[in-house]
Design a protein. Structure first.
Length: 96
């Protein structure tokens, strides 16, 4: 057997990827392309998705891998996040 037939991953904790993008970045592209396809402007939706993905990837570079979850927690209402063990994000000062 050829030694190059099996590739051993170097890091086990890498986030899931689609081609060369992280999963959250590729979901932005897919969502914008799907919205463009529904409205009849697939090419415009795809270009907009690529632009949004590039801006988002640039914003999250060098930050925590769960950066999207942090944004969701801080900027969406508590009813959307449905986190049970964390206080609502509008409570900025903790007692104790």
């Amino acid at each position: 057997m050829n030694e190059l037939a099996f590739e051993i991953p170097r890091r086990l904790n890498d986030p899931p990827r689609v081609f060369w993008w992280d999963l959250d970045v590729s979901l932005l592209i897919s969502a914008a392309a799907l919205a463009g396809m529904i409205t009849g402007f697939f090419t415009s939706g795809l270009v907009l998705g690529l632009l949004l993905a590039a801006l988002y990837a640039d914003a999250k570079s060098g930050k925590h891998p769960a950066y999207a979850l942090h944004l969701i927690y801080w900027h969406l209402p508590a009813a959307v996040t449905a986190l049970k063990r964390t206080p609502p994000s509008f409570l900025r000062e903790m007692a104790g």
